[in-house]
Write a new protein. Structure first.
Lengths: 344, 344, 344, 344
């Protein structure tokens, strides 16, 4: 069986990364690509690395024929996503859809309204959508028509924290997530703040105290804990292209924390828990779909440092999207995703 | 008056940075430079950027004549420092010395023994030495013969934390210092771990849970607080040359925290407290002797994020050493140190 | 004597670099700064590193009072420069002006029309302007009212090539300049092509075969050679902030080439010729006004490789502009410019 | 059929890159890995990104059983290679060997002696070895027992130059190769010159005038041209991990040059010739086995700039080695090598 796959918003970084991954996926054929402002161009005009591979020409969404499509990835910016997907699913109710925007991550319409300042334009779909953190919601994803793929920061923080709050081995009132991201997370829009000369040779935090992504964190942690959880979360910008690196400070017994994670992920291919006391590095997941987790005891008794790292464009976006597609379509979950990190 | 200045250990990064700063200091003449393994060479053979400036040739310490020297900077590695300085001060008891190693930072001989695994070789000097955090111990520095220049991580963390624990506006039991450093902090020794290909395009924490620098943190914070303080401290490596960036999580009223720092540093030239809610960037202190501090309210009431950044080779090492020399010699503290950051 | 200095276009990179250099210049007071789109803001709102220094608020050019100004630096984009400076010099015919744009570098109106596609809007000033390559045109600069500061690529190539074609020690028909630039040369405008994620971790040439800067090269080399000279010139982008590095392939006797340069620049403070066979590195001029030149014999007899490097924002722009101001105002040429490179 | 593959010298960068590529090769099983100084360790102890993949433990060469091995890759340093391979082929004369060192690239024993200062220790093998530039020597490689895999610089320069000198469309007496390399080309040995702080934020040439790699260039170009060819060649270090970027200056008709390359490589999967006038970027081959070639007319008639770029660890080393293995073993040449570049 070969799946016919279309991508809405192919000319951004997550769209390009989907193509990079899907071109080596044995069960997929990319049959349609949309990109509003680049419609009519070849994908290789926008990302020259695709010149050697035969891809469909970019079209508008309006011109993209969904009829032969089995799976639709949506990598559109926030806002246009909800109306585009509503239309797509009205046309083709049997489509399988993985959405990479933030539009279908929050399950509560009131919460969506709170963070985004307006009512959701496809509320029935919002309610239907499954949160696509594969290792956590695998069964629901397997039966889903629409998956809201998690954000890169949240995937990094939730993979270690959900089992820990679920098992009750950490204090849910004192969680600090100090997170660092590579620059590709900011996308391909031309902005002064992400020019090379503004980013290179420096480091800084941003959106300190109240980042929009905390809504996702709170939703999933509260669900797992059974009580309301609201960690402190600070994002920073690392002058590299790819990575999320989260240093998480928790209260609890370090060895119990490690044991909880080691057991929870023992049979998960893409989540690797290091031996107790070892510290992961982002370069060892670069370009791959792996997450690496480490647990270290703090010198203060009863405190631990949990570290989680992944590639923001792979496990933090397009790789997990492909992983979800595999689950939704009954394929082996690792199909097309076994490449190891590009290091050095 | 022109001060005659000598440097022990001129061929490392902090030695070179001392020379960069001292060549534009109007009241200093560099009269002697030691570098054991490079003795006999010109400084420009080791650091070509000094070719345009007339500097004394490198010698061994044994061959360096201290007779005409007013101020000695010591940038030797840990271990050789204590015996070398003991000898120097026996020869010239009236020398003024600023030591950039870790040898004279801990005032308690027992604590030194604990962290370094052996008794101090110059215990009388250890007791005599003043901890050179200029803004905090200025008066003692003015009268000191021997100053132990603080580490780069500790300077970054102590400048905000000392006033806060001193004023009692934060909980001393729940301080988390998530610190990030540029690579020059690792020095010029050839090691696989700091090769370009091992560091570029990635990010990682190291010495998690129990870094040696915490001894300095504990000493100074406990002194300021009047109770024992032992923060959690995690260092990370940023793939850039220069910076320390500390994101500090504290419990307390954010506005009181900001007010405490703004008032404490209102008249300090080198410590700039940003308006409440603003976040500093390391690039804006690069190459300069400034520290920039920001305070932001966390979304959790009663929690704040305090951010502190400086250039590890300037305010974190050689710049503060020159600042201390200025204080010890009765010069205006900012002499030779007014250059603004090199950005972009 | 303190010179009153104004800057048109203070909020770009060359404007900011002028301020960095002028704040440590002992004979200058910055009295006015223009920035059309940022008028009304403090300079520290645009470049936070200036927070510690007392600078005038940004204004429009229309609101900037030239009456008390002695020296005007113009760092405006191409196009607006010629009309703005024409107006300024009509208001204040006795101003001294250093222009950092390309508007006053070409002396021939026909050549200007050819490369820029329109007639010059201030042709009398174009004819009057002196080409500000300080070491080459120092006497004319000393008497000039308006200096057209050279481009960064051209300064790097011309400093070695002018003496060589002037002395006739190289073949003027076979010069290849393979040049590489840091990213700040592209300025602060938001463009996809200079986003961090598009530039980091890669390398490429651009404007291959026919770059606009070759007009400057041709003008000055032909003037020095007495015959028409048109070298091959290829610019590349290095993923770093600051540097120009030119590897120049010439036909001629390598030792004669070296001797010519060594003699020509023996007494020039800012142009350092390395011993024969040694190769300069851009990092050793970073942040400084120095140019470093090396000459190496090729393995093919009668061929040499000449290497030239400088900081594109200093000797390639704002540093040379200050150097020219010093010459125009009768100050020691090195005043305020003696800082050595920031390395590492 | 599954090939049993062993690697001598698995713990260097080219060894690790071989493993990265071979773990997704469908017809290969890695059965033995040697690494003298790391013998006894798991590969994941040396390169943690391999933790998720089941690999044999590292052994010494002496302990490595060649009996079940079909293909041996040798990634040892120069010097140890020749004796190790001589022994291996005496034990197992039917082995297929791809050597990634410089030991089997020069076919002439006298030339080897000239450049390396001693007689070759396995002269019969030196004579037998085939130069492994796949697109050029494919037929000989298909029948070879021992292939000397080309260097990264030489692969980059030879792919465009061999067809051009072979077709007689460029002047063989005036070729300038200005080449730039990422830092991984320097290997994993701890050296001051390749420390992060020495390499970042700067640029420089090295081995100017007479690099050892020119021997390979001369051998292959002279063979193709039928006359002695000795281009000028200058290597530079780019502060990024992976890339070779060669800007090549030639004399000849630009369109004829482009046509020659376009025709020559029309059916080659891994060598992509861009449309006339277009310029390749290294980032678009990063992590892939592709080479991208561009041809641009210089403004001087009869001169052209030919640009060639590849990933030094893939097409410049381990990728081409796998490509050669595919050819030697009768597999489709692209097997396991179709991944596109990791960009951004």
């Amino acid at each position: 069986m070969t799946l016919s796959v279309a991508i809405y918003g192919a000319s951004g970084y997550t769209g390009a990364e989907l193509i990079r991954l899907l071109t080596v996926h044995p069960d997929v054929k990319i049959t349609a690509l949309s990109a509003e402002s680049n419609a009519g161009k070849a994908m290789a005009d926008v990302f020259p690395q695709f010149a050697a591979y035969d891809l469909p020409r970019l079209t508008t969404i309006a011109d993209l024929d969904l009829a032969p499509v089995d799976v639709l990835f949506c990598a559109l910016p926030h806002g246009t996503t909800q109306t585009s997907l509503k239309a797509a699913l009205e046309t083709r109710p049997d489509l399988k859809v993985v959405d990479l925007s933030a539009d279908f991550r929050l399950s509560d319409p009131a919460m969506y309204q709170h963070w985004y300042g307006h009512a959701h334009q496809a509320e029935a779909l919002q309610t239907e959508a499954v949160y696509g953190l594969t290792e956590i919601h695998r069964e629901a994803i397997a039966g889903a028509r629409l998956v809201g793929n998690p954000g890169c920061y949240t995937t990094t923080a939730l993979l270690p924290l959900i089992p820990l709050v679920g098992a009750g081995v950490i204090d849910t009132d004192n969680i600090v997530v100090d997170a660092k991201s590579g620059v590709t997370g900011a996308g391909r829009a031309a902005k002064v703040a992400t020019l090379f000369s503004e980013v290179a040779e420096g480091f800084h935090a941003y959106s300190v105290g109240n980042h929009r992504h905390t809504a996702e964190l709170d939703q999933e942690l509260s669900l797992a804990a059974g009580v309301s959880v609201a960690p402190t979360f600070t994002p920073h910008l690392i002058p590299i292209n790819r990575a999320i690196y989260a240093t998480i400070y928790v209260t609890g017994d370090p060895e119990a924390i490690h044991a909880t994670l080691a057991e929870r992920y023992a049979s998960e291919y893409f989540v690797n828990v290091l031996p107790f006391g070892e510290v992961p590095q982002s370069r060892h997941v670069r370009g791959s779909n792996f997450t690496r987790l480490g647990v270290v005891a703090d010198r203060r008794p009863g405190r631990a440092i949990v570290i989680s790292t992944l590639d923001n464009l792979v496990k933090g976006a397009s790789g997990q999207a492909v992983q979800n597609m595999n689950v939704m379509c009954g394929l082996d979950e690792t199909t097309g995703l076994k490449q190891l990190a590009l290091f050095p």
